[in-house]
Design a protein around this ligand. Structure first.
Ligand code: SF4
Length: 338
């Protein structure tokens, strides 16, 4: 590709110059996902596709979100699930490792991708770990029947129904399901042994102009939880190919107000860092919190499962990322953190 130079950053390939016409500042990033697993502190991400997604979200940082999904094989997914449970970092149980399924591609793109998610669930539900599944589609009935039969508790599996916009999905997420279909998940999921979370991630500036619609439609849909998530951008750079190093917030002794600077790397796409939490996001959050009460509204997905399972999140959010802690419970109390 002319004018584009490649750079290695951990396991991420970054195009260090922006190809002209790339929508909304997205740079092409492709993970080395041969193993389908990516570990973060107390969390693990298990992919079911090797490339592509099909939702074509204009704000996405995966490689080729508009490309047809290239699913892994059932054997690959089963192998990844096995390796996950045998890894030294893995802890079983509701207070153990948080597992995110298909974080980089739409899990319910097709019958084949749904089958892969069910393959992973068949192996992992039995251990009781919190399982998170993000989607922009209707959750398939056959998968819900599996969850009903195998889940260790009604709080083990949370479906994060992605809703970054209420009125611009056709242009911003042209390959994803209609907003009405996504919202309808809330009522359907209430009839099954799982939980639902409206996932407003990434938080886009355009969402501010849709705040009234978000409040009214989320209140009507009655999700179990709501979560507003920040947007990630490529690391700051001074020239086209010099990347400015940024410290992980944990390296700052836990005193840095996380997200006020570009400081928090994406847990999987390490070439990307979180956008700051500014007044716009704060106002958006507060309005939703009031509108959706008593439904809890969070600022990070790990706190959703933690709240539902009455446990602390795998990352000590209350200490290391205090701006993301909404004080839903008593994390850290008794050990001197708060
Ligand atoms: S108290 Fe804070 S850190 Fe703990 S689960 Fe709630 S929001 Fe997260």
């Amino acid at each position: 590709m002319a004018g584009v130079r490649l750079k290695r950053w951990d396991n991420v390939r970054i195009l260090t110059e922006e190809p002209k016409g790339t929508p909304m500042g997205r740079r092409e990033v492709s993970l080395d996902k041969g193993q389908l697993l990516s570990w973060d502190r107390g969390r693990v991400f298990l992919d079911i596709a090797r490339r592509g997604c099909g939702s074509a979200c204009r704000y996405c940082y995966i490689s080729a979100p508009e490309a047809p999904q290239e699913p892994a094989t059932p054997d690959d997914v089963l192998d990844a699930a096995e390796r996950l449970t045998k890894d030294d970092r893995y802890q079983a149980g509701a207070r153990g490792t948080v597992i995110s399924l298909s974080p980089n591609s739409e899990p319910f793109r097709s019958a084949a991708s749904t089958l892969l998610v069910m393959t992973a669930l068949s192996r992992l539900l039995v251990n009781g770990n919190p399982i998170q599944i993000p989607t922009k589609e209707s959750v398939p009935a056959e998968l819900l029947r599996l969850v009903d039969a195998e889940a260790k508790s009604d709080d083990q599996v949370v479906f994060f129904i992605s809703l970054a916009t209420m009125n611009r999905a056709e242009s911003l997420e042209p390959g994803a399901a209609a907003i009405e279909d996504r919202l309808a998940n809330a009522a359907r999921l209430r009839r099954h042994r799982c939980r639902s979370c409206a996932y407003i991630k990434p938080f886009l500036k355009a969402a501010i102009h849709e705040l009234g619609d978000f409040a009214a439609r989320l209140r009507a849909a009655r999700f179990d939880c709501v979560c507003v998530g920040m947007r990630y951008r490529a690391r700051l750079r001074t020239t086209a190919d010099v990347v400015v190093p940024v410290a992980h917030v944990a390296d700052r002794g836990g005193t840095s107000p996380a997200y006020e600077t570009y400081s928090r790397p994406h847990p999987v796409h390490s070439g990307y860092v979180a956008e700051r939490i500014g007044p716009d996001l704060r106002d958006f959050y507060e309005t939703l919190r009031t509108a959706c009460a008593p439904t809890p509204v969070f600022l990070t997905s790990t706190c959703v499962s933690s709240f539902l399972l009455d446990r602390e999140p795998p990352l000590p959010v209350w200490r290391e990322l205090p701006q993301l802690c909404v004080n839903c419970r008593s994390c850290g109390q008794g050990v001197g953190h708060r």
